[in-house]
Design a binder for this molecule. Sequence first.
Ligand SMILES: [Zn+2]
Length: 382
Amino acid sequence: MISDIRPAHVEAVPRALHRLCFAVYCAVSATAACSESSPSSPPNAPVGQAGTSAGGTTSVGGSSQQSGSTSGGAAGGGGASVTAGSAGASGASGSAGSAGSAGSSGAGGAPMGFEGGAVAAVSLTYDDGLDPHLAIVQPALEAAGLRGTFFVSNFEGVEHDWALPSVKMPLSPLSARHQAWLAAAQEGHEVAGHTVNHPCDAAGKAPGFKLADYDLTRMQNELDESLLRMARLGAEAPLTFAYPCASDKKGLGAAGTDYSPLVAERFMAARVSDSGIADPVTVDLLHVPQLDAGGKTGDQLKKMVDDAIAAKGWLVLLFHGVGEERASCPGNLAYAPQTCMINYLTTSQEAHAALVQYLSEKKAQVWTAPFRAVATRIDDAR
Ligand SMILES: [Zn+2]
């Protein structure tokens, strides 16, 4: 199941922590952030105008910072050809070991023209900016020469700057957590969009932050603010997005208003809640399906990779937590993985390691690259 809807027991403690964090934040930050019901936002700032220049320097509100190289996350050069037949992109159940229609077609097709002549692509995506993404996932990927995509938001957020730093002026210093994300981007991982406050209809969501509480204007402002916040973490255009909590299906407000046009104006690709392995030939880059890695075993994850190879498709794996389930960090939202690990909807560390090992072994057949890199490759080939 795609959504970020968490069990009630997972919701309860973080909400309390959010209140604590927000109170601390308000005590040390500009008062505006604590008195506004809607964060002040920049003018409509589509990708490329979010203070990010091509030269690798990002600027936020007049302050600039070097974002460093992102060579590991870069798409390959031009000349890609995407010529094979359908890989069957829809209808997957996402159940253990199943990749839906993957493998039902595409057999016998020509190579996809992915990086290095691989016939399939895999993007490892991790949602919500959780502690294990920094402490467990990134070292594991880097040891294998791989890079991931991290859809970062202020989990269950209520306008604090837990993962995404504030852009209120004057800018506050980056926290240890923020600096860890900046370092990740500099190592070639993709820091990508997931809204700021993660609106969600899950039980226990903070009042005022359910999808039903949003309208297009509020979401537009929040997406624009997310671009600025991500720029402080070294995210560079073009940026990609993942809809939180199946909001691609549920929409905003009582009427369930579709906000995908706002996403399309700001992001070059987006992951949606549909399950499946994408067909690189036909996939709508703003509606890319995924398979949920939550709770899967190593063998089940490897089977998904095999299915992607058979289908000559693009497998986007969705992770939340990795490692031991952990719903609380008592009294502490700082980045302190030795003592605190906010971790939910987990995949075991062993299963994740088995997948990473398998992707290393399959490099000749599978191009493992960030979501943006694969989307860019496909887009360039069209
Ligand atoms: Zn999420």
